[in-house]
Design a protein around this ligand. Structure first.
Ligand SMILES: Nc1ncnc2c1ncn2[C@@H]1O[C@H](COP(=O)(O)OP(=O)(O)OP(=O)(O)O)[C@@H](O)[C@H]1O
Ligand SMILES: [Mg+2]
Length: 464
């Protein structure tokens, strides 16, 4: 049966919204550190040699049999690693889901189970639809075969006919950008070239489910952008996409839903911006606040000294991750020790490239140009939503006195935060998932008018 025929049948038989993936109590154990035996004497090693097939068989069996693990304590005793534990979730067709979590959290293991590269130790997964995956650089490629041969090999594995692959071949090669090397064996490719071809094949062979693990880290920025756009377009056409990445911007730009894995378990699952924001906050919550508890350590001099700098979200919580659409506040607390000076607290917002996006100083008329009595002060500035572009920012915090200007303290990278863009369509990026440049991302008012119909007079002699 031809590929198109299978596709048509699938499309006829499948309801518009169906569960593409169901994972039920999935667990994966690995047995670690099975050591070589040290035989000691010649006789022992001869006996051991004779017995080794049996021993090897037992060792092999034990790699996949975990009947000896009855409690948590057995895991450590028997040197068994629990890479995944009790993982259950469902993915609807057409959902674009991101998986995030620390190194070793179990993300790749989970994707390998979904692609049936490895079996779960416990539980089961159900998949509806053809899967195309890009798990590790160049998996699914045969090193001795050329790029061209590998494209055909992969297509055939997905159930396509030669003429169907022929139809897509040029597009695949063009997207990959490695036309010159398409007749070269894949073993001669750089890892970047392999990723390019592998992604291109995975995305153009029209699978119903596309699974991509982290590979984007290898390509250059331009290719990463192309891949993200391709995946977004793919999701937009109702295909299911699962995407693992450590790049939170890519995750929020692409995915509507995010699942967080920690020590092999799902610890959060929900709308992308919300989950990513909570994840980033849990990673480095302390970066959103700096506090100097002991007077001796506080930046300053005999005139004044800092107490704290903090960043809060719209609900008043100290947090490191901010929804691009929401306002936030930055607060400087300081103590004036010597009365009679005029103060001017100010903040400088520096992006990840070191560019100062803007600076702001305290212009509250209450204390502007007025000498202050000794005491404790808070200066709070409200930063509107839809102002900064997505990304990481650090704040340089400065406290000065004026008339004459004297710097009391100037702290580089005093606190930092991440702005997370939204996919809901109501931020400045609307429904666009690609890269947007600039350090600012104001949401501006646009107006598009339908001015006229297209029935202009035809030019004479225009044959088209
Ligand atoms: N074949 C294997 N044998 C033994 N242990 C393994 C094997 N594969 C993975 N592990 C272990 O399982 C755990 C989960 O690994 P996994 O590769 O799924 O993590 P990850 O979330 O993808 O991490 P990263 O972000 O670094 O890619 C790790 O502790 C890892 O060492
Ligand atoms: Mg991984």
């Amino acid at each position: 049966m031809s590929y198109n025929r299978i596709k048509q049948l699938n499309e006829i038989n499948m309801p518009i919204n169906y569960k593409a993936i169901i994972a039920n109590n999935v667990g994966k154990y690995y047995r670690l550190g099975i050591k070589e035996q040290d035989e000691g004497s010649l006789l022992k090693s001869v006996i051991s040699f004779i017995r080794s097939p049996l021993r090897n068989y037992r060792t092999y069996k034990s790699l996949y049999n975990f009947k000896d693990i009855k409690s948590e304590a057995d895991l450590e005793r028997r040197n068994v690693l629990r890479a995944l534990h009790d993982v259950s979730f469902e993915v609807d067709s057409g959902e674009v889901v991101g998986f995030i979590g620390h190194n070793g959290a179990g993300k790749s293991t989970l994707l390998k189970i979904l692609c049936r590269i490895t079996d779960p130790t416990f539980g089961r997964v159900e998949i509806r639809g053809r899967i195309s995956s890009l798990l590790e650089v160049g998996t699914g490629f045969h090193p001795e075969l050329t790029g061209r041969e590998n494209v055909y090999l992969n297509g055939t594995i997905l159930g396509m006919r030669k003429n169907e692959i022929d139809d897509r071949f040029d597009e695949i090669v063009e997207f990959s950008g490695i036309e010159k090397f398409i007749e070269t064996p894949v073993k001669r490719y750089s890892s970047g070239m392999r990723v390019r071809l592998a992604f291109s094949v995975a995305a153009h062979l029209e699978p119903e489910i596309l699974i991509v693990d982290e590979v984007l880290a290898v390509g250059d920025i331009e290719f990463q952008r192309k891949c993200l756009n391709k995946m977004k377009e793919f999701g937009g056409r109702g295909r299911t996409v699962l995407f693992v990445s450590h790049n939170m911007q890519a995750i929020t730009r692409l995915c509507s839903r995010v699942i967080v894995l920690e020590h092999g378990q799902i610890v959060d699952d929900g709308p992308a911006e919300k989950v990513v924001a909570a994840y980033l906050t849990s990673q480095s919550g302390s970066m959103a606040v700096r506090q100097w508890d002991r007077a001796g350590e506080a930046p300053g001099n005999e005139v004044a000294g800092l107490v704290s700098i903090s960043i809060k979200n719209n609900s008043g919580h100290i947090t490191e991750a901010h929804d691009i659409r929401e306002p936030m506040t930055v607060e400087m607390q300081f103590i004036v020790k010597e009365p009679g000076h005029v103060f001017m607290p100010n903040f400088h917002f520096i992006d990840a490239q070191g560019i100062e996006a803007f600076s702001t100083l305290d212009i509250d008329p209450k204390w502007r140009n007025k000498p202050r009595p000794a005491g404790r002060y808070s200066s709070i500035v409200k930063i509107p939503g839809n102002l900064m572009a997505e990304g990481l920012y650090s704040i340089r915090s400065t406290l000065i006195t004026v008339n004459p200007i004297k710097v009391i303290c100037n702290i580089q990278n005093s606190v930092s935060f991440t702005v997370v863009d939204s996919l809901e369509g109501n931020s400045a990026r609307g429904d666009f998932g690609g890269r947007m440049g600039g350090v600012l991302r104001p949401k501006l008012e646009w107006e598009t008018r339908y001015e006229d119909t297209l029935d202009w007079p035809q030019a004479e002699g225009n044959g088209n």
